[in-house]
Design a binder for this molecule. Structure first.
Ligand SMILES: NC(=O)c1ccc[n+]([C@@H]2O[C@H](COP(=O)([O-])OP(=O)(O)OC[C@H]3O[C@@H](n4cnc5c(N)ncnc54)[C@H](OP(=O)(O)O)[C@@H]3O)[C@@H](O)[C@H]2O)c1
Length: 234
């Protein structure tokens, strides 16, 4: 099947009118793929943001290409897909790249890049949906120790950015009700290509189910920490 055939088939996957629509960023990644499958079981039509990998066409799903590198990347994504995004009731911001580097070697560019990808991108998407879409609920993805007062030896820029996103989550929840904002923070995912000594891992499917439960629930301003088998909402 050619790329064009795939694109045509995706276009034909128009959303049924009785399915609410969700934008899932990072939809072709490890957790993203599990989120797309889980959203389907909750009768959501998925707009799945992808980058280099185009997953196979699937029912009730449309893949939206994006390049979030650089200042113009998000703006282009929003303008290219404005009409589709304007129909979304839900946002799951799964996109959140991690660059590992010894804290002593971190440069200003490292901080700016990680802040862009983990804060500017999700906040820009959220602001667009708040202005243009019937948005009711947003889930951001954190990581294992976000919200803890600790030093970071290998992931400082990522940790700073994810902690900023947690603060923004709580602030948006307080200021923008009735739109709901929550964060789900898993330990390392099973199958992740992340060097880690020991520690528990959690299956992406379990994280995805928690994200969907939080997304479609009633609470706002909460931080759900998933500690690989133990789940602790706080
Ligand atoms: N992995 C873990 O163990 C772990 C643990 C705790 C928290 N988290 C968090 O969970 C979330 C998902 O992590 P993951 O490991 O599942 O991610 P992942 O597998 O690395 O997936 C990355 C996603 O981002 C897309 N992407 C990459 N570069 C891009 C760019 N320049 N512009 C636009 N899109 C781009 C990829 O698209 P293509 O595939 O099309 O290139 C893919 O969909 C993140 O927020 C992460 O911080 C992960």
């Amino acid at each position: 099947m050619t790329v064009r055939d795939t694109a045509d088939r995706d276009r034909r996957a128009s959303p049924p009118t009785d399915f609410a629509r969700v934008l899932i960023t990072g939809a072709s990644g490890l957790l993203g793929k599990a989120l797309v499958r889980a959203a389907r079981t909750h009768n959501l039509f998925v707009y799945g943001q992808i980058h280099r990998r185009r997953p196979p066409a699937r029912e009730h799903t449309e893949w939206l290409g994006a390049e979030f590198d650089g200042a113009t990347g998000v703006a282009r994504f929003l303008s290219d897909h404005a009409a589709r995004l304007a129909s979304c009731r839900y946002l799951i911001n799964c996109y959140g790249p991690l660059t590992q580097r010894d804290t002593r070697a971190v440069t200003p560019d490292d901080l700016v890049r990680e802040f862009h990808h983990n804060v500017v991108v999700p906040v820009s998407l959220t602001r667009f949906l708040l202005r243009n879409a019937p948005l009711v609920s947003v889930v951001f993805i954190g990581f294992e120790t976000v919200g803890e007062d600790k030093g970071y030896h290998e992931v400082l820029p990522y940790a700073v950015a994810k902690n900023a996103l947690l603060t923004i989550t709580r602030s948006f929840a307080a200021d923008l009700a009735p739109v709901r904002f929550n964060m789900v923070s898993p330990v390392t995912l099973e199958g992740a290509d992340v060097p880690r000594r020991g520690g528990r891992r959690v299956p992406p499917e379990r994280v995805a189910e928690t994200v969907l439960t939080v997304l479609l629930g009633k609470e706002s301003g909460t931080h759900h920490r998933m500690a690989g088998g133990i789940e602790d909402g706080s």
